[in-house]
Design a protein around this ligand. Structure first.
Ligand code: SF4
Length: 718
């Protein structure tokens, strides 16, 4: 048996692991106790990844579809790589020639962000193709941060992290670190750091519609806000801090611009004005503003619960303002940028003139090269030059983007759907070709995902722990072969033998490193001694004038809309608002086929509801209800959950595998696709960032017994 150091690529901490390998088979994953950064931390999801690696339903060879392309229909014919690449290349070339590059689209799923060579090859592939119709999962959970970073700091890749170990007060908006392990900050075991901060007297507040698992007497308190009203709470906090005279005028004068425009926006949002909309008492808001601005060192963070609302970009802007105007940006105990092995802040520099362009789906923009995922079905179904071929790489948009019914129509209409994945997932059920990819234990890699967002900067290289089984291949190789089949330039295969790490070696050279040298280090890791604090306003910020833009003009329309929506919320609030519930048993649509995680209460997803709401509807825990809105309807079991506010309901996403026979466990435990209740198409996403509206969505809830009495013509779609 061999013990091989590697690292997890399920989420951002990239925790170091030891893989035990016997006779070429991985038999166990354990935390790497000797790793200098993660120090033996790895979570339940990372260790359970072994079940995905070993899953008997994984794809082992290329498959071509014959006959019907409806889920579960047609035949899958095994193919060899040479013939399948030749066939796909010929069809892509024909579509490219006949309809132009924009007739070929791409959807890139979240696992690609954790695949250093794969993400590089994806860039090469679509650049060579010349298509501008690229979509990715970022527009489901984080595109707002890129958009706000560009507008406020001049770059999409500058995201100041909270200095948890030195802070005296930490505000965490829309994140549950105990479950999700934090996003846009790469940090192993964040709860240990939060716990020790609280032990030395720091105040930690989780602003969240749920009494989340992260909160406890030893780890901080929940401020239980109404869903998707964070913008107004943030505005009120800044308003009250200004009223207390606690803006740091010297920092603002030296490093800010347009502060009066910020003051003008927050002027109407006093604690008294927002209290009823955000669902908190005005005194509680003033007290929070006082505690935060009165702390010697205060820091902020926000994540998907806020990103996925109506105003994710504006929220991320005001989050930065909370830090900046109080003088807590770029100081110990406040927020700081963490430079890694390569100067990534500069790489994300963006110009903001003419970001929008006209289209038949309305004005739109690219965010880091990607269009709004919510527009993809429209570009297949209702477009003058529709997308005819779609390449899906490590993604499952059918279950991860809003509007399931529209997605099914769109996928069925495609002339060519190529899915590169570990599994024949729900999206793959519509594919013409399924191409089997190597997984994280079957490929060499570099932990590039956390670059610029690591609490402790370091870089780790891993070899493939085992060789890919069957005909599985790495994504970079598959995409490069497809380019060659189209007679296009494939940079990663141009040398003989191929040197796929050449560009990463070039990046590593900025820190005096290379892959070969890293491979010789214990755990393949070099810890970087980067001093980042004190360099924000000189080295990292990328605005032309090197100043923080306190109220970017690009936001003007969005600010007007936010004001209008505030007035509407004051008049009438929805009866129920739907939020997303993250658990230890799913991770987006990963883990849907892991039998050990489909037991007891986790064998399906439920609609979580406050006990008072259940009682007022005259139903009981476990009864079926119908959740519906203008976008769709689902029937689902209800689960009593006193952690929610009354009027707030929550469900876990990534479920809905009734028509996914290629994943047998998932199909036995299909659950319900929450995204059937989410909007799709023009108007269903934040124009500034392409971020889909996925949280705080109004829904109606009815007992299924009432639904049964309804007109048969409105039979619910399951
Ligand atoms: S926290 Fe994320 S990276 Fe770490 S072991 Fe868990 S899933 Fe993997």
């Amino acid at each position: 048996m061999k013990s091989i150091p590697t690292f997890c690529r399920v989420c951002e901490p990239s925790c170091a692991l030891i893989a035990q390998v016997t006779d070429g088979t991985v038999t166990r994953l354990q935390p790497d106790k000797a790793h200098p950064v993660s120090q033996g931390f790895a979570c339940h999801k990372g260790l359970n990844y072994l079940a995905i690696h070993q899953d008997p339903d994984r794809l082992d060879q290329p498959l071509a579809r014959q006959g019907s392309r409806r889920p579960g229909e047609g035949q899958w014919q095994p193919r060899d790589w040479d013939s399948v690449v030749t066939d796909i290349g010929a069809t892509l070339s024909q579509i490219h020639e006949q309809y132009g590059p924009d007739a070929i689209g791409g959807y890139i799923g979240n696992p690609s962000a954790f695949n250093a060579l794969g993400s590089q090859a994806i860039g090469d592939f679509f650049m060579a193709m010349g298509s501008r119709r690229i979509f990715n999962s970022g527009t489901q959970d984080c595109a707002n941060k890129f958009a706000a970073g560009e507008a406020v700091f001049g770059t999409s890749t500058l995201h100041p992290l909270p200095d948890i170990e030195r802070t005296d007060c930490l505000l965490i908006f829309g994140e549950n670190p105990k479950i999700s392990h934090m996003s846009f900050i790469s940090i192993a075991d964040p709860m240990a750091k939060i716990r020790s901060a609280c032990q030395r007297g720091a105040k930690v507040f989780y602003i969240n519609p749920r009494q989340i698992e992260s909160a406890s007497p030893k780890t901080g308190d929940v401020v239980q806000i109404l869903p998707d009203t964070d913008l107004y709470l943030m505005a009120a906090l800044i308003h009250e801090i200004d009223a207390l005279g606690r803006f740091d005028e010297r920092v603002i004068r030296d490093h800010g611009s347009r502060i009066e425009d910020l003051r003008s926006f927050i002027a109407p949002y006093s604690a008294d004005a927002v209290a009823s909309v955000v669902g908190l008492g005005a005194d509680a808001i003033r007290s929070l503003a006082d505690t935060f601005s009165g702390a010697n060192r205060a820091s902020v963070h926000m994540s998907t619960g806020v990103n996925m609302g109506q105003h994710g970009t504006l929220c991320y802007w005001l989050l930065q303002m909370l830090s900046f105007v109080t003088g807590n940006l770029d100081r110990p105990g406040g927020n700081f940028y963490s430079e890694g092995f390569y100067p990534a802040a500069k790489a994300g520099r963006a110009r903001l003139d003419n970001v929008f362009f006209p289209s038949q789906h309305g004005e739109m923009r690219h965010i880091r090269g990607a269009l709004a995922g919510n527009l993809l079905p429209d570009m297949i179904l209702d477009d003058d030059n529709p997308i005819r071929a779609l390449v899906v790489i490590a993604g499952n948009p059918l279950l991860s983007v809003g509007g399931e019914a529209r997605w099914r129509q769109a996928l069925e209409k495609l002339d060519l759907l190529i899915v590169i994945d570990l599994f024949r997932n729900a999206t793959g059920e519509y594919a013409h070709y399924l191409l089997p990819s190597a997984d994280m234990l079957e490929r060499p890699d570099l932990n590039i995902c956390g670059l610029g967002m690591q609490y402790q900067p370091y870089v780790q290289y891993t070899d493939a722990v085992v060789t890919p089984a069957g005909q599985r291949r790495e994504e970079w190789w598959i995409l490069s072969r497809l380019l060659q089949a189209m007679a296009l330039h494939a940079p990663m295969l141009e040398q003989d033998p191929p040197q796929p790490f050449a560009r990463l070696d070039h990046m590593l050279s900025r820190s005096g490193l290379c892959v070969d040298a890293l491979a010789q280090q214990p755990s393949g890791t070099a810890v970087l001694d980067t001093q980042s604090i004190g360099r924000f306003y000189t080295d990292f910020i990328q605005t032309d004038d090197k100043r923080v833009d306190c109220c970017p003009p690009l936001f003007a329309d969005a600010l007007t809309l936010a004001d209008q929506q505030f007035q509407a919320l004051k008049q009438a609030a929805p009866a129920f608002r739907l939020i997303n519930l993250r658990t230890n048993y799913m991770h987006n649509s990963w883990y849907q086929n892991v039998p050990t995680l489909k037991r007891g209460a986790n064998a399906s997803n439920s609609l979580h509801m406050h006990p008072a709401d259940i009682e007022s509807m005259g139903i009981q825990d476990g009864d079926a209800v119908e959740a519906s809105n203008e976008y769709g309807r689902v029937q689902v079991g209800v689960r009593s959950d006193s952690s929610l506010r009354p009027g707030v309901v929550a469900m876990t996403h990534g479920w809905g595998n009734r028509q996914t026979p290629g994943m047998r466990v998932a199909q036995q435990h299909p659950g319900v696709n929450i995204n059937a209740l989410l909007p799709n198409g023009p108007g269903s996403y934040e124009k500034l960032s392409n971020q889909a509206f996925m949280s705080g969505v109004p829904v109606s809830i009815q007992p299924v017994t009432s639904v049964a009495d309804r007109d048969a013509s409105t039979k619910p779609e399951l």
